[in-house]
Ligand binder design. Structure first.
Ligand code: SAH
Length: 247
């Protein structure tokens, strides 16, 4: 999968794209991330890309011409990209959106800065989609672009070594993940749940499913209400309601 990132801070991405799973995915060619410097598309001798807002007020605005020029050049190069603008006004990033984006052959991620981008860039129609990280304001789209790259790359085959681990992550079945434990067996008086030492795979699977159901119901009732529950899930829940835990 190819991802082009349009930014005024290409250097921002060096370390996150060089480490761990993303670093390996890029080294092995599963992921081709290209950093495109917006300043290269400025006509200004000082490569200026921002200007004062019409109507006055604080801050600067990213000017439209360099952004449009960059996106037209990127679009002209095959394969045709899906162009995503990172903005607090966009669709909130979640697992479903990450999966959708991962199905694209090529993404272009556009990072705003300052007060944002001249509104006419949207009106010209160079964005295919607008994505937000959440209801808070970042100083630029770079962190949001990294979050998109990392969340999306987990669905690109081969990026996460054990595909099963992606399938078992939170949200994949509409529920939060179950808790995980490792050594030591006793930590500050807190034991690891006994069932995990039973060697009984079916019991462990049921216990983990119960924890998923219970934690999601308690911590994210909004998710739980929408989760597609199986017949077994309903039985496990009924048992939990009777205070009759497996294990
Ligand atoms: N004035 C704007 C915020 C501009 S922040 C407003 O109040 O909506 C500068 C840039 O950071 C934005 O153009 C966008 O690219 C990025 N950004 C800020 N918050 C973001 C968020 N929650 N999700 C995605 N991108 C964000």
């Amino acid at each position: 999968m190819r991802v082009d990132v349009l930014t005024i801070f290409p250097g921002y991405f060096a370390s996150p794209l060089g480490e761990s799973l993303l670093g390996q995915a890029i080294d092995s060619g599963l992921l081709d991330v290209r950093l495109v410097d917006l300043r290269a598309f400025s006509d200004d001798p000082h490569r200026k890309v921002d200007d004062e807002p019409y109507g006055g007020g604080p801050g600067m605005v990213l000017a439209a011409p360099p952004v449009i020029a960059a996106l037209e050049e990127l679009r002209a190069e095959p394969p045709l990209p899906h162009v995503v603008f990172l903005t607090p006004a966009g669709r909130r990033l979640d697992a479903a959106l990450a999966r959708e984006l991962a199905a694209r052959e090529r993404l272009v991620l556009v990072c705003g800065r300052y007060e944002g981008i001249d509104e006419r860039v949207r009106e010209v129609g160079v964005f295919d989609e607008e994505v937000s990280l959440g209801d808070f304001v970042l100083s630029g789209g770079e962190v949001a672009a990294l979050a998109v790259i990392e969340a999306v790359s987990r669905y690109v085959s081969g990026v996460v070594g054990d595909a099963e681990s992606v399938e078992k992550d939170s949200f994949e079945d509409g529920l939060l993940d179950h808790p995980h434990y490792t050594r030591p067996r006793l930590l500050r008086g807190l034991p690891v749940p006994e069932v995990l030492f039973s060697g009984h795979h079916e019991k462990i699977r049921r216990w983990r499913r119960e924890r998923q159901l219970e934690e999601t119901a308690r911590r994210r009732p909004d998710l739980f209400a929408k989760a597609p529950l199986s017949e077994e899930d309903r039985k496990l829940l009924a048992r939990l309601a009777r205070g009759d835990e497996s294990g």
